[in-house]
Design a protein around this ligand. Structure first.
Ligand code: ARG
Length: 478
């Protein structure tokens, strides 16, 4: 028999679903509870939640808010809770709303009273913000590692193809000859910047919200630097209202993922194009193609297509996340729970794309013959010819005009640019000497573009060496 106004003993022991405590007499409406519950997706914060709570308990003991014995019981109990939920397959209870309540409730079930002291000087608001930052930091270093593994392969393949000629394109029209190594290193540059974005975002995420409470911190004498450093954060956050209510660190990571996704979509698109019969520049390794259920001859670049498509989803994640945060009055609002799924989706999607890249790139069978053939048209050397004239003292605009005349003349004759009879050159422009047509040779033209950032084989090798040194410095074999 329970006294009127007092909950039955079983309910006194555990936090009520949703942290409702003694304030409510009725349970939440079922559909409302289903909408409110986050445990489906925030259970992935389990490890970070437990780590955060253990650091918090140790700090509470260090400042004398709980006893050493209680802290030890909490830390050991939390280990067990983590193990039960993770490996033991103990299901989390959606009625307990989220991972935080599930962990705390189970802890109290297991260890009793000391467990009831854990939530001292803490709220789920600073707790979830801390968990998500820990999660974000781990995700960022994972993405960096994935990017580095990809850059290693790009670097190797660029070395292999430092001198392989192919057309460079603008507007998808053949423009000027370049080298495959140079083309591959373009992606290494993009991914290098993506790497920087993850590191940069991580640096700002590395502040610890614990101690911010629900929104207004606490009057209890906690030591915020202690939990911050125990969890590997650079420092505690500097404003409790901000710390519990901003998810900019998630948005920054989601943006880094989205932009990486856009870069990978370009690579995916080129692999789709290049592996078509029309281009024939590359064959994708068998492990990275699908067949057709109808057409036995097909070798479809599904993986490259998906790399291209995932960018759409990543952009969607970023927009969803930012839209949720928009217009939220300080401080915590439940809307913030809605940032979690797009954030996790961005991480999962990026992880899956990065996982496939090193193998995909290593297995590409390039067709240097086809590329060279496509780069053979002397018209691709028109710019190089104009630059040759500049070197002989002709103003660039005049040189451009001269080569324009030469191109039209060749078209009228129905011959290649290099096949205009030497005898007719002086008639087109007195500046055109017979030997100048030699600059139309694509390998010669490319080899001359040795400026920093240029496609000449020598310059590609220079960049390959630079990247190799960087990657070796990071501990990779290149
Ligand atoms: N699941 C919640 C979230 O993701 C945890 C914080 C809940 N806080 C609250 N005041 N209801 O934001």
């Amino acid at each position: 028999m329970s006294e009127p106004g007092r909950p039955p003993a079983s309910e006194q022991n555990h936090p009520k679903p949703g942290g409702r405590g003694a304030r409510f007499s009725a349970a939440m409406d079922e559909a409302a509870a289903a909408l409110n519950a986050s445990v489906k997706f925030d259970r992935r914060l389990l490890r970070d939640d437990v780590r955060g709570s253990q650091a918090h308990a140790r700090m509470l003991a260090a400042v004398g808010l709980i006893s050493k014995e209680d802290a030890e019981a909490i830390v050991a109990g939390l280990d067990r809770v983590a193990q039960e939920f993770a490996e033991g397959g103990r299901p989390m209870d959606p009625a307990l709303e989220d991972v935080h309540m599930n962990v705390e409730s189970r802890l109290i079930e297991l260890i009793g009273d000391p467990g009831r002291r854990l939530h001292t000087a803490r709220s789920r608001n600073d707790q979830v913000a801390t968990d998500m930052r820990l999660y974000a930091l781990a995700a960022a270093s994972e993405m960096v590692a994935g990017l580095d593994r990809t850059r290693v392969v790009l670097c190797r393949r660029a070395r292999e193809h430092a001198a392989t000629l192919l057309p460079g394109y603008t507007h998808l029209q053949r423009a000027q000859a370049v080298t495959l190594g140079h083309h591959l290193l373009a992606y290494a540059e993009m991914l290098g910047r993506d790497r920087g974005r993850f590191l940069d975002a991580a640096q700002r995420a590395a502040e610890c919200p614990l101690g911010s409470g629900a929104l207004a911190a606490t009057s209890l004498p906690i030591k915020r630097e202690m939990t911050a450093s125990a969890l590997g954060f650079r420092a505690p956050t500097r404003n409790s209202l901000d710390a519990v209510s901003d998810r900019d660190f998630c948005a920054e990571l989601a943006f880094a993922c989205a932009l990486l996704g856009v870069h990978l979509s370009r690579l995916g698109e080129e692999l789709v194009l290049w592996s078509s019969s029309e281009f024939g520049f590359v064959r994708l390794g068998e492990g990275y193609c699908s067949g057709s259920s109808l057409m036995p001859q097909k070798r479809n670049p599904d993986i490259a297509e998906l790399l291209r498509a995932k960018s759409g989803r990543l952009l969607g994640d970023l927009v969803a996340l930012l839209t949720v945060c928009k217009g939220l009055a300080l401080a915590y609002n439940k809307d913030l729970q809605e940032t979690q799924e797009p954030f996790y989706d961005a991480i999962d999607t990026t992880r899956a794309s990065l996982a496939v890249l090193p193998g995909l790139l290593a297995g590409l069978e390039f067709n240097p013959e086809r590329m060279k053939e496509a780069a053979r048209d002397p018209a691709l050397g028109a710019t190089d010819l104009a630059e040759h004239l500049v070197r002989e003292g002709v103003p660039f605009r005049r040189a451009h005009e001269i080569v324009g005349h030469l191109v039209r003349h060749a078209e009228r004759l129905g011959v290649l640019l290099s096949e205009v009879p030497e005898a007719e050159l002086a008639g087109i422009a007195p500046e055109l000497h017979p030997t100048c047509l030699q600059t139309l040779n694509p390998s010669r033209a490319v080899a001359a573009r040795t400026v920093i950032g240029g496609p000449a084989p020598a310059q590609v090798m220079h960049e390959v060496e630079r990247l190799t040194a960087e990657l070796r410095g990071l501990g990779f074999e290149v």
